[in-house]
Ligand binder design. Sequence first.
Ligand SMILES: Nc1ncnc2c1ncn2[C@@H]1O[C@H](COP(=O)(O)OP(=O)(O)OP(=O)(O)O)[C@@H](O)[C@H]1O
Ligand SMILES: [Mg+2]
Length: 338
Amino acid sequence: MSKAPLLEVKKLRTHFYSENGRVTAVDGIEFEVHEGEILGIVGESGCGKSVTSQSVLRLYDEKHEVEYEGEINFKGMNLLELSLSKMQNIRGNEISMIFQDPLSSLNPVYTIGYQIAESIILHQEVSKKEANEKAVEVLRLTGIPAPEKRVNEYPHQLSGGMRQRVMIAMTLACQPKLLIADEPTTALDVTIQAQILDLIVEMQTKFKMGVMFITHDLGVVAEICTRVVVMYLGQIIEEANVESLFENPLHPYTKGLMRSVPQIDGDRSQELYVIEGTVPSLDNVPKGCRFSTRCQYADEKCYEQEPELRSLKDTQKVRCWYAEKIIKMGDDTYVKSS
Ligand SMILES: Nc1ncnc2c1ncn2[C@@H]1O[C@H](COP(=O)(O)OP(=O)(O)OP(=O)(O)O)[C@@H](O)[C@H]1O
Ligand SMILES: [Mg+2]
């Protein structure tokens, strides 16, 4: 028997209100994150990855007109039913988040040592002196050279990669059960990106955290994730183990994403495949299958009827009427059989 999941998201819908009416940015998504696993969430820009992660922490509640439906179960509680003050206790303590741009989450007027120590004091019963020592210690764990000097510096004095390490250090100080990483390496150059990924995996293994890792980089997914959900226009269109997803992507959208990733050993002269068209806007969601407007295999049924997310194999789910019928040919293209 597998243990109960750390996080269980059920039929989550997130609606925003503005003068133009209501948009549903996340529309009925479901997934689980287990202890010690890294779940990848992928999809093109605007598909709802950040809204999903920020909904888990209810980060919109204070600044936006937002309404949630469904359940976000964590440690026997539905987070959507908690008061904001209870939610505040969960943030940082039990669920931590790191963002693409750490500058926006660091306070420019305090030294990083002060900020790490503050987050330690907030979460653990220690003296100021102990917290300061601990700040140096967690910073050292992230591989920052001379952490005892760095603690006295301000965020703007550090490089992007260093700032991301500081964010990870703050996360470690609280030892959360769940880490949500929203494109934490996108703004960094490739070498630093690899170091930060290694660090996240190392910490995840050490502290048996569950991780929700949001990215649009399938290379990163292949490297660190165990399972993946693929999102399109606010919904999950495929869910699979990493191996299955890369060996046998089932949804035409996932197939397109795979073909648009540069292959390290591939023919560099060959142009990368691009999925035609753009993601429709939320106030113009296609009837039927949401991907139908861009899908080369779509027919009348796809334009009219919305497919459910269904299990096609033990470990793989897909939201497509014709997933079984779209077959790979020898030249790596796909055709739809009748
Ligand atoms: N506060 C808000 N009010 C209204 N709409 C919003 C709000 N926040 C996000 N959206 C909309 O929700 C959709 C999903 O946005 P989201 O930021 O989750 O995309 P994403 O998948 O994270 O994209 P990216 O890869 O660019 O970060 C977008 O259409 C966006 O415009
Ligand atoms: Mg985002």
